[in-house]
Design a protein around this ligand. Structure first.
Ligand code: GTP
Length: 597
C-alpha cells in the first residue's frame, strides 16, 4: 500500500453523540467483521467501557475502503475517549493522525469537550471534517448546529454531511469525503525506521503489545528493534494490524498503524510516546513524544487484606503500562496499614482504575477520600507538595497553603445559565468571561480544583438537565484559607479520614461529615463516637448507638436458612470493611466526604 492510499483519522465527539455507532458502521461497510460479530459495539472492548458506554482507551482499526473512483484506500481509524478526564488520550491519538471527523449530535449541538479537542486537532495541523449525526431524530436542528460549529469552533460547516449512524444514512458518503478531504501521511519510505508508540498494554498471552504508527521507514517481522529512550533491544516477534481482530502481517510500512509484540517481559519496556527504531539501522533522533500528563486527584488505595499488598502493586504496574496518567507510590496509614497513594486525572479515572483492579485483577480495596495536591510553604521557606492531608505539616509551621485553580470552560443553553452560575459561586468560582453564542452561552470560570474534582461534573449535569458541558485546564496555585479537618473515632484520630477544606466551609462540612458517617458506619458492639476536629478543637460530633443484640435475633424464630442467609450477607458485606482499632469501618464511610456539599 503506497502512502497516497493511506488515511489515518480519529473521530472527535462528545460522549453519546454517536462515535462508536459510527465507527461500527464503518467496520460494517468495509467488511471488517461479520454481522454476528457486530452484535455489540466492537471498539469498546473493555468490560467496564461496555457497561458504562464510554470509550476509555484508544484503540485502532484498519479498514479497506473502495472509493467511487475504484481505488482502494487503507483507513486507519484511531479511537479516542470522550470524557473530560481523558483529554490527554485524545491528543495522543490525534498525534498519529492527519485528520479528524468531528461528530456533532444534530439534536444536542456543540459541547465544550469537542471544542477543546477540535482546537487540539487544529493545533496539531489536522484537517477537521464536521459531520452532523442523528439527523433521523425529530428534534434534530441541523441549521442551528451548523451555526454553532461556525460560531463556537470557527470552522466552516455549511457543507457538513448530515447523517444517521443509527440507520446508516449518509455513512458511506462520510468515507468517500474523508479520502478526499483528509491528506495522506507524509514520511520517508526508504529512511531508517521511526515508529511512534501510541499505546502499550499488557496481554496475558503475548506480554507487552504496542500500538505504533510507522512515521518513517518500515518494519518487518523478526527484525531487531531498539526502544530509543531505554536503548533496550528486542526481536519484533509479531507485527500486524487490527481489522478489528488482530491480524498478523509480515511488514508495516510508512504511514501505517499497527501492533508490535516483542517478547518484552518488563512491563515498563515500551513506554507510550517513545520511538522504536531498527537496531541495525537506527534513526538519528527520537520523535517528539507526548506531553507528560499530571495527575490531579489523589487517593490512598489499600488492600482490605494485607496479604494482597504485593498483588496490588503488580496490578497497578500493569495498569500503568498503558495509562501514563496513573501514578502510585507506597504509603502507610496508621489506620489502614500498607497501601499506595495513587494519582488520577479525575474522579472518573479513579473509579475506573478502582473497578479494573477489583474486576480484572481481583483485589479487594479500600479507597480513601480523594484530594488534590496542595503547595505548602513553611515558615522556614520550604515549599512542599502535599497530596495526602495526613501529611500536612503542623499548622504552627505553615506560612501559607496554596491550592490548585483551574479555568473551567462551560457551554450552557441560556435557560440554565442562572443555575449554572449559582453552582459556580457555591463552588467558590470567579467569573472570567461570559459570551452569548447563538442559543448557548460560553462561560469561563476560575474555580478551585478541589471543588471541581469531587462532584462538580454531576452537579453541573443535574442543574442543567444534562445540557451543560465543560472542560477545564490547570491555571496556577493560589493562596487560600485552608484548614485540615480531622475525624476522631472514639477519641482516636483516623489519619485516612482527614480532609483539607476552606475555613469558611469547615464548620458546615464538619457537621455534615459526621452526620453522614453516622449513617454509614454500621452499629457495633460498642457505642461509636464520631467527632470532627480542627487542630485541638472539636467542631462536631455524632454517635452510632451500640447494637446490643446479635443480628440473628432479628430473624423469625427457628427459620434457620434465613438466619444463615443473613449471616452470609453480613460476611459478604464485611469484605469491604476495614478494622480500625476495634471498630469496623465500611468503604462508604471513607468516601463520605463525596456525599457532603
Ligand atoms: P462514547 O463511547 O461514550 O464516547 O459515546 P459515543 O459517542 O461512542 O456514542 P454511541 O455511539 O455509544 O451512541 C450513543 C447513543 O446514541 C446510543 O444509544 C446510540 O444508539 C445513539 N445513536 C448513535 N447514532 C445515532 C443516530 O444517528 N440516531 C439516533 N437516533 N441515535 C443514535
Amino acid at each position: 500500500m503506497d502512502l497516497q492510499h493511506i488515511r489515518n483519522f480519529s473521530i472527535i465527539a462528545h460522549i453519546d453523540h454517536g462515535k462508536s455507532t459510527l465507527a461500527d458502521r464503518f467496520i460494517q461497510l468495509c467488511d471488517g467483521l461479520s454481522a454476528r460479530e457486530m452484535n455489540t459495539q466492537v471498539l469498546d472492548s473493555m468490560d467496564i467501557e461496555r457497561e458504562r458506554g464510554i470509550t476509555i482507551k484508544a484503540q485502532s482499526v484498519t479498514l479497506n475502503f473502495t472509493a467511487k473512483n475504484g481505488e482502494i484506500y487503507q483507513l486507519n481509524f484511531i479511537d479516542t475517549p470522550g470524557h473530560v478526564d481523558f483529554s490527554y488520550e485524545v491528543s495522543r491519538s490525534l498525534a498519529a493522525c492527519e485528520g479528524a471527523i468531528l461528530v456533532v449530535d444534530a439534536a444536542q449541538g456543540v459541547e465544550a469537550q469537542s471544542v477543546a479537542n477540535c482546537y487540539t486537532a487544529i493545533e496539531l495541523g489536522l484537517e477537521v471534517m464536521p459531520v452532523l449525526n442523528k439527523i433521523d431524530l425529530p428534534s434534530a436542528e441541523p441549521e442551528k448546529v451548523i451555526k454553532e460549529i461556525e460560531d463556537i469552533i470557527g470552522i466552516p460547516a455549511e457543507q457538513a454531511l448530515r447523517i444517521s449512524a443509527k440507520t446508516g444514512l449518509g455513512v458511506a458518503e462520510v468515507l468517500e469525503e474523508l479520502v478526499h478531504v483528509i491528506p495522506p501521511p507524509e514520511g520517508d519510505v526508504e529512511g531508517p525506521l521511526q515508529a511512534l508508540i501510541i499505546d502499550s498494554w499488557f496481554d496475558n498471552y503475548l506480554g507487552v503489545v504496542s500500538l505504533v504508527k510507522i512515521v518513517n521507514g518500515s518494519l518487518r517481522k523478526k527484525q531487531k528493534i531498539t526502544i530509543m529512550s531505554t536503548g533496550n533491544s528486542f526481536i519484533a516477534e509479531r507485527i500486524g494490524i487490527f481489522t478489528p481482530k488482530r491480524l498478523d502481517t509480515l511488514e508495516l510500512k510508512t504511514g501505517q498503524v499497527g501492533f508490535v509484540v516483542g517478547a518484552i517481559k518488563d512491563i515498563f519496556g515500551a513506554p507510550v510516546g517513545d520511538t522504536i527504531t531498527l537496531t541495525g539501522n537506527p534513526c538519528a533522533k527520537a520523535l517528539p513524544g507526548f506531553q507528560k500528563v499530571q495527575p490531579r486527584v489523589f487517593a490512598g488505595l489499600y488492600p482490605v487484606s494485607s496479604d494482597d499488598y504485593e498483588d496490588l502493586r503488580e496490578s497497578l504496574s500493569k495498569l500503568r503500562l498503558n495509562d501514563a496518567a496513573l501514578q502510585f507510590e507506597p504509603e502507610s496509614s496508621q489506620a489502614l496499614g500498607f497501601g499506595f497513594r495513587c494519582g488520577f486525572l479525575g474522579m472518573l479515572h479513579m473509579e475506573i482504575i478502582q473497578e479494573r483492579l477489583e474486576r480484572e485483577y481481583d483485589v479487594n480495596l479500600i479507597t480513601t477520600a480523594p484530594t488534590v495536591i496542595y503547595e505548602v510553604e513553611t515558615n522556614k521557606g520550604d515549599v512542599l507538595y502535599v497530596d495526602n492531608p495526613a501529611n500536612l505539616p503542623d499548622i504552627g509551621s505553615i506560612k501559607m497553603i496554596r491550592e490548585p485553580i483551574i479555568q473551567a470552560n462551560i457551554l450552557v443553553p441560556q435557560e440554565y445559565l442562572g443555575s449554572v452560575i449559582t453552582l459556580c459561586i457555591a463552588k467558590r468560582g470567579v467569573q472570567v468571561n461570559m459570551q452569548y453564542l447563538g442559543s448557548q452561552v460560553s462561560l469561563h470560570y476560575e474555580l478551585p480544583l478541589s471543588e471541581v474534582v469531587l462532584d462538580f461534573f454531576d452537579r453541573l449535569k443535574s442543574v442543567s438537565r444534562g445540557y451543560a458541558s465543560f472542560e477545564y485546564e490547570f491555571k496556577r496555585f493560589e493562596e487560600a484559607a485552608l484548614v485540615k479537618l480531622d475525624v476522631l473515632i472514639n477519641g482516636d484520630r483516623v489519619d485516612a479520614l482527614s480532609i483539607i477544606v476552606h475555613r469558611d466551609l469547615s464548620q458546615t462540612r464538619g457537621r455534615e461529615l459526621v452526620e453522614k458517617m453516622k449513617e454509614l458506619i454500621p452499629r457495633q458492639m460498642y457505642e461509636v463516637a464520631i467527632q470532627a476536629a480542627i487542630g485541638g478543637k472539636i467542631i462536631a460530633r455524632s454517635t452510632v448507638k451500640s447494637m446490643g443484640k446479635n443480628v440473628t435475633a432479628k430473624c423469625y424464630g427457628g427459620d434457620i436458612s434465613r438466619k444463615k442467609k443473613l449471616l452470609e450477607k453480613q460476611k459478604a458485606g464485611k469484605k469491604r470493611m476495614k478494622q480500625v482499632g476495634n471498630i469496623e469501618i465500611p468503604q462508604e464511610a471513607f468516601l463520605a466526604v463525596l456525599q457532603v456539599n
